[in-house]
Design a binder for this molecule. Structure first.
Ligand SMILES: Cc1cc2nc3c(=O)[nH]c(=O)nc-3n(C[C@H](O)[C@H](O)[C@H](O)COP(=O)(O)O)c2cc1C
Length: 216
């Protein structure tokens, strides 16, 4: 029973990576073998519109034909029990690396048949962890939630059961005094990091365990 997590943050030890590690710990607590992949370590691009994955009779129909650092990952994913994605919000959406990864992961499985179908073999559970600077209220005001819901629905259509975990008002800088950042109160940020973030870590742990238990 394998569970993979994908870190869409360039930082390997900060908010997103920490929550992903906790989710993997939750999965491991039920016996899963876990792996964390850092997208920023890999060389790849988004979809190049070659359409091999949509070509009648093509050996790559339903699969991404591009050969790069994502190729071994795409082979592995079809055998996992759960896939956990994580990304910071960069300019209102997940990071560019996560978006490019998503194009390559999702598009080959989506058919242009009427009605559209998924070519993913079987079912796996997925989870998506988002981290961001803004508060919950500001997140709602900015409409980020629509994008989170849309992504969750897409993951459900392609892979099976999916859930979303959100961590707001994250601690962004190691030392706030070094940066021009009047918008954020470092004392409040530190308090949130100390008091709320551990609960979010616990929720991530529980999510990891739930995804392993789920039927997908
Ligand atoms: C390039 C860039 C753009 C960002 N844009 C946003 C944004 O639009 N909204 C937001 O709430 N936070 C934004 N942030 C803050 C990050 O989402 C936040 O600090 C996140 O928790 C960082 O994740 P990490 O600690 O895993 O790297 C941005 C950060 C960077 C570096």
């Amino acid at each position: 029973m394998r569970v993979m997590a994908i870190n869409g943050s360039p930082r390997k030890k900060w908010n997103t990576a920490t929550l992903l590690e906790k989710a993997l710990e939750g999965a491991a607590s039920l016996g899963a073998e876990t792996e964390l992949i850092h997208l920023y370590d890999l060389n790849y691009k988004g979809c190049i519109s070659c359409f091999a994955c949509k070509t009648k009779g093509h050996k790559s129909y339903g699969k991404c034909a591009v050969q790069d650092d994502l190729t071994p990952f795409f082979k592995k994913i079809e055998g996992v029990k759960a896939l956990i994605l994580g990304s910071p919000i960069y300019v209102g959406i997940s990071t560019g690396e996560m978006r490019s990864f998503f194009e390559r992961l999702l598009y080959p499985y989506l058919t242009y048949t009427d009605p559209p179908q998924t070519l993913f073999p079987g079912k796996i559970s997925t989870g998506f962890i988002y981290t961001m600077n803004v508060s919950e209220a500001e997140m709602t005001k900015r409409g980020y939630v629509h994008e989170f819901n849309r992504t969750e629905m897409l993951l459900q259509r392609i892979f099976g059961a999916s859930e979303t975990l959100i961590s707001c008002d994250t601690y962004q800088f190691e030392d706030y005094a070094k940066y021009v950042s009047g918008l954020y109160d470092p004392v409040k940020k530190a308090a949130r990091r100390k008091e709320i973030f551990p609960h979010e870590c616990q929720k991530a742990f529980e999510m990891g365990a739930r995804l392993v238990r789920g039927k997908g």
